[in-house]
Design a protein around this ligand. Structure first.
Ligand code: GLC
Length: 435
């Protein structure tokens, strides 16, 4: 029986992290998969290294932005599928030190994030569209290249594996403590691709990466590290992407830790002409919904080629932070409640506190099934103003000025007419010891 996936307490306490997708793809600025979407020739795509000059790169500002938003950990792409490395790897020349950037970009990032008291995570692509030994496959930029089969005759995945493991050793040895490793991704035998056989040609997974060995190496070099589930073998958590699970996640019927990774606008890498940003309350609702279902959220930013984070992302993170300033205790250290929330509401619970998150503002009253006799006191969380509540016995006759009875066990809140001016209003309910 495989070990049950578990994460350290800090992870299920902190709930909210920043994902950073940064690389050469910030220059074409049209999605991090641009190299394969446009099936770019390697020599053509490599030219971006001449122009990668993030002169405004300020990792302290990035870390402060994450902290401002209420995020507790930050995960950066060390290398994405394009194969370009942000750190000074001794195993390749395809790296930031060989561009106008002229330095290791990961070292100052790690220092800055720790400097803000946040935890450090690395995203590392298992795929590598630049490496000469990486066999061409159905999602590779050369997938339609007539010479692909011939090319693969001389490509040796074992040599690529050695490179992959060597780079992971560098990353987990040279930058101190790393709290989270987000490998990406395996698609061999992935049912989601069945409808698209070309994508499955030469698909890769555990054996290709040496998943078990890489997992063992990762844990040996960083004993307390969290490793995700994309090596083609089980990890410490599952990582739904760009969707919000509608209930706690399970594997073989066993509940498992999870973290949803979400973009702000559909693209992970900086996408200049994409203005399809989610609203602040949508993002706050996704975070709440996740915690109510015992999950974390990793929210992405895609810095530009100058090393800045675009204004819209900054604005949104600032406003999410404003909500977290007032409502953080309904998220940090909170989780599922075991109670059934009213329509358009979500519950998160932290000890004897139950948080009712109201996604739409009810007209004056809100009926809470199963909470009668379980609540000592209630208040709006943003300003600690008292909220009245009562039980209306089921046999109570409705009259002109009086509401009729509610199903047994229901607690009825009386809410102010005016919706509080916050992204999502929250009622904090103080539970009785036996609730
Ligand atoms: C997917 C995307 C990849 C992105 C990752 C983030 O695998 O293809 O570009 O980095 O998700 O979770």
């Amino acid at each position: 029986m495989p070990a049950r996936p578990t994460v350290p307490d800090w992870f299920s306490h902190d709930r909210f992290g920043m994902f950073i997708h940064w690389g050469l793809y910030a220059l074409p600025a049209r999605h991090e998969w641009v190299m394969t979407r446009e099936q770019r020739e390697l020599s053509d795509y490599e030219r971006y290294t001449e122009f990668f000059d993030p002169d405004l790169y300020d990792p302290v500002a990035w870390a402060k932005l994450a902290k401002r938003a209420g995020m507790k950990y930050v995960v950066i792409t060390t290398k994405h599928h394009e194969g370009f490395c942000l750190w000074d790897s001794q195993l390749t020349d395809y790296k930031a030190t060989n561009t106008p950037a002229g330095r290791d970009l990961i070292a100052p990032f790690v220092e800055a994030v720790r400097g803000e008291g946040l935890r450090v995570g690395f995203y590392h692509s298992l795929l590598d569209w630049h490496h000469p030994e990486y066999p061409i496959d159905g999602i590779h930029p050369r997938r339609d290249d007539p010479t692909r089969f011939e090319a693969n005759e001389t490509r040796d995945i074992a040599k690529y594996r050695e490179y992959l493991h060597g780079q992971v050793r560098e990353l987990l040895t040279n930058y101190g403590r790393v709290d989270y490793l987000f490998y990406d991704f395996s698609w061999k035998g992935d049912p989601h691709h069945e409808g698209n056989p070309p994508r499955l040609w030469n698909a890769k997974g555990n054996e290709d990466w040496g998943g078990e060995e890489l997992m063992a190496l990762t844990r040996e070099l960083q004993p307390g590290i969290i490793v995700n589930d994309r090596l083609g073998i089980p990890g410490d958590l599952v990582t739904p992407e760009q969707y919000q699970p509608s209930r706690p996640m399970t594997l073989d019927g066993v509940e498992v830790p999870w973290e949803a990774c979400q973009t702000m606008n559909g693209s992970w890498g900086y996408d200049r002409d994409n203005h399809d940003f989610k609203s602040v309350d949508t993002i706050v609702k996704m975070l709440i919904d996740g915690v109510a279902n015992n999950g974390n959220m990793l929210l992405n930013v895609g810095p530009t080629g100058r090393g800045t984070i675009e204004a819209e992302s900054q604005r949104i993170l600032g406003e999410v932070g404003a909500w977290m300033d007032l409502h953080g205790r309904s998220i940090y250290g909170a989780g599922p409640s075991g109670f059934t929330a009213p329509v358009d509401g979500r519950y998160t619970r932290r000890g004897d506190r139950l948080y009712l998150h109201l996604f739409s503002w009810p007209p004056q009253h809100c009926h809470l099934p199963g909470l009668a006799g379980k609540v000592r006191y209630a208040q709006l969380l943003h300003d600690a103003s008292e909220i009245h509540f009562a039980e209306i016995p089921p046999d109570t006759q409705a009259v002109n000025t009086g509401m009729g009875g509610q199903p047994a066990g229901t607690l009825t809140l009386t809410l102010p007419v005016r919706r509080p001016d916050v992204a999502v209003p929250v009622v904090e309910l103080f539970l009785t010891p036996d609730a």
